[in-house]
Design a protein around this ligand. Structure first.
Ligand code: ADP
Ligand code: MG
Length: 700
């Protein structure tokens, strides 16, 4: 009897057939243990009983045939072109498979190799042929793949399918039977195969129903491990921790809401209630607040901060950039002053840094707004009770932990705010340890944003410039966002600087232009933002510095140059800078305009899909879903995002239903057995299989 945790500690070299040559290659590909190789599962299966004989395959439609290489040859008819031809035969006929510029095929396909070819069968001068078919090597020369159903493994580090099949054939009988950490009643209830059967059947199924059921079990396992880790994490940082039971009686929040120049939306009121109920519990809050750009997250943040302040605690807001921190401060400080709350600003370049640091230490500052400067050594709070982290995607998990550590004794409450809409599947994995609140309603009377594509260079752009000019005449302002330069803030700055000069000299000599980019000194940036806010600048030429949170009510136009070079969520964030006013009609018609400048000729399919999505929707959640579809699940949050690393078979989009079930079971298990003392094999497996990922999950 062996467990997956045990097998994950057995080096892959123990498997017969791995040896000195294959071992390093496998390791490089991340297949390091016996468990890893057993979980290297087939990409697909070829069911011989469903494969038509070559002579009977219909022409010109996608089909798969199986046969043995009879002869292989390589020609170089001219410079820059190699052609490998393989004659592949079955009992009924032969087909000539042609590969272009893949010279390695000659060595890969020695005479006698058994292969599957997938492509369109054609007939040419009486012979069957397939041009550039997809090919899977099923067995090496002189051998035949056994079994009716042949597994096809993904090629990894140059190791082809049949080699994996052999290594796994060797490993499987020695590893079996494989222990199941899940209780039988759970398997019955969820109609899951037991693990031993599942691992055997994924490699050697007897039918496609077999392999489907096996896959379902293994996908469940991955999702279950991840959710158990998240449930444990939540337990450790919330339920097992002593936090502050904030008083929600004192009424400061009500006073604040009454001083607002607008009525809070129902969504704001609902989320404020969720936050306050959580803050009143004697455990630290860990809550994620999602709300599209403009949904009014700041009001919620302030309500949370004041809930702490009214009980004598301090609050902190951490923003990702100085511009944003200052803007929060400028927005909040006057309001705070009216209700007797003392606020401070702490950034690297803030004028009275020392005084603010002193005020935090002696408790004379109630609420501080700042950047990373907040989590530096030397910053101490007298009684930190609530921390708000804005625009979470810019911060790592480490930083939210560091901020919390600024608390003296009791764990402060934590509210994490993000404007990047996170589809449910992802919020259940990436942020699965957090409680979640969502602002799903926009403040009323928002002007609409109409988005249009503009071809560069032509009359289209002239019309855009005319529109900017007529808006300026009405006292409205515009952004011109300059292209991203990959990996170089310097080059991006240079291109924005050049565009600023060009527009001022050639296009808008009559208007007041400003420039904002990441390479400017903080005081220069502050100065430009102040003048823009005060209406002294008509057109702000900028880089993506403005992406997050910059908020100027009178802006009605945004031009995004080379828009196809931006990601979809970034485009949405940028566009969200428009229509920030709270109800006034910006240009009579109440319409803001976003122009996406891109050369239709040069667009990639993805670029075109992104721009199309932008034109057709203003809804952040819709766009996030569209983004997932365009880019595929794996890439959206990057590979470095822990939690996703253990997901090899599971695809959170496709396996969404199973994810919901796994999450439910995992949280129920941890609720019943908070430290898994009664389920040691589940715990061992989570630690063993999540590897580095688990460190992250157990961080705070
Ligand atoms: P975000 O969620 O993007 O951070 P903000 O909190 O910055 O949004 O709010 C965007 C704008 O909407 C601000 O100008 C704010 O004053 C305004 N606002 C917030 N809530 C309301 C409301 N309930 N009614 C009208 N305007 C609102
Ligand atoms: Mg905001």
């Amino acid at each position: 009897m062996s467990s997956l945790a045990y097998l994950s500690r057995q080096p892959v070299e123990l498997v017969k057939g791995v040896g000195d040559r294959m071992g390093p290659k496998l390791r490089e590909a991340g297949i390091e243990s016996v468990a890893d190789i057993l979980l290297h599962v087939p990409r697909r299966y070829i069911d011989r009983s469903l494969i038509a004989p070559m002579a009977e395959v219909p022409l010109d439609v996608e089909a798969t045939v199986v046969g043995t290489v009879e002869k292989v040859s390589l020609r170089r008819p001219r410079r820059g072109l190699t052609i490998v031809e393989a004659i592949v035969r079955d009992d009924t006929a032969f087909v000539v498979a042609t590969f272009f510029n893949q010279p390695f095929r000659e060595r890969q396909l020695p005479e006698g190799t058994e292969v599957a070819l997938s492509g369109k069968m054609q007939r040419f001068r009486g012979r069957l042929q397939m041009k550039a078919p997809a090919i899977d090597v099923l067995a090496k020369s002189g051998h035949r793949a056994t079994g009716r159903i042949v597994p096809v493994y993904p090629t990894v580090a140059g190791i082809v399918s049949w080699r994996f099949e052999r290594m796994i054939d060797n490993a499987l009988p020695r590893a079996r039977p494989i222990d199941d950490p899940l209780p039988e009643n759970l398997l019955d209830r969820l109609d899951l195969l037991d693990r031993d059967t599942a691992i055997a059947a994924i490699h050697q199924p007897e039918s496609s129903a077999d392999s489907d059921a096996a896959r379902r079990r293994l996908v469940f396992d991955e999702l279950f491990r991840l959710e158990v880790a998240l449930a444990l994490q939540k337990r450790r940082q919330v339920d097992d921790q002593e936090g502050i039971a904030h008083s929600v009686e004192a009424g400061l929040v009500e006073t604040y809401l009454e001083t607002l120049p607008f009525a809070p939306t129902n969504a704001q009121l609902r989320v404020i209630a969720e936050v306050r109920a959580d803050m009143a519990r004697p455990h630290p809050m860990h809550r994620l607040l999602q709300g599209d750009v403009g949904s009014g997250k700041t009001v919620v943040a302030m309500a949370a901060l004041l809930t702490g302040v009214q009980g004598g605690y301090q609050g902190a807001v951490m923003a990702p950039t100085e511009v944003l921190a200052e803007q929060h401060y400028l927005n909040l400080a006057p309001m705070a002053g009216r209700i007797g709350v003392r606020m401070g600003l702490l950034t690297a370049s803030a004028p009275d840094r020392e005084a603010v640091i002193a005020g935090l230490a002696d408790g004379t500052i109630d609420v501080v707004v700042g950047t990373h400067a907040l989590i530096q050594d030397g910053v101490h709070f007298e009684r930190l009770g609530i921390a708000v982290v804005d625009e979470q995607h810019r911060f790592g998990v480490h930083q939210r932990v560091q901020l919390k550590e600024k608390a003296v004794d009791l764990q402060p409450d934590l509210l994490i705010m993000t404007a990047t809409p996170i589809p449910r599947t992802f919020s259940m994995t990436l942020y699965g340890d957090l409680e979640q609140s969502k602002l799903d309603e926009m403040p009323a009377h928002r002007p609409d944003v109409v988005t249009e594509l503009v071809q560069p260079g032509g009359g289209g752009l002239e019309a855009v410039y005319d529109h900017i000019r007529s808006q300026a005449a009405l006292g409205h302002q515009s952004y011109v966002v300059c292209p991203l330069v990959e990996d170089s803030a310097k080059l991006a700055a240079a291109s924005a600087t050049a565009e600023h000069e060009r527009l001022q000299a050639k296009v808008f000599p009559d208007l007041r232009l400003g420039l904002l980019h990441g390479q400017m000194r903080p005081d220069e940036k502050r100065d430009v933002m102040t003048r823009f806010r005060d209406g002294e600048i008509d057109v702000l030429v900028c880089t993506t510095v403005i992406e997050v949170g910059v908020d100027v009510a009178a802006t009605t136009v945004m031009v995004i140059e080379d828009a196809d070079r931006f990601g979809l969520s970034q485009l949405h964030q940028l566009r969200g800078r428009l229509a920030r006013g709270s109800g006034e009609d910006p240009d009579g018609g109440g319409v803001c305009r976003c122009y996406l400048v891109a050369d239709a000729e040069g667009l990639t399919d993805e670029g075109e899909a992104r721009l199309g999505a932008m034109v057709s929707s203003n809804d952040g959640f819709r766009l996030a879903e569209a983004d997932l579809e365009i880019r595929g699940a794996g890439t959206v949050f990057g590979e470095t995002q822990a939690g996703a690393t253990d997901l090899r078979l599971a695809d959170v989009l496709r396996d969404h239903e199973l994810l919901v079930v796994a999450r439910h079971e995992a949280f129920a298990l941890v609720a019943r057995d908070p430290h898994l003392t009664g389920h040691p094999d589940v715990e061992a497996e989570v630690r063993a299989m999540l590897g580095d990922g688990v460190e992250w999950l157990f961080l705070s």
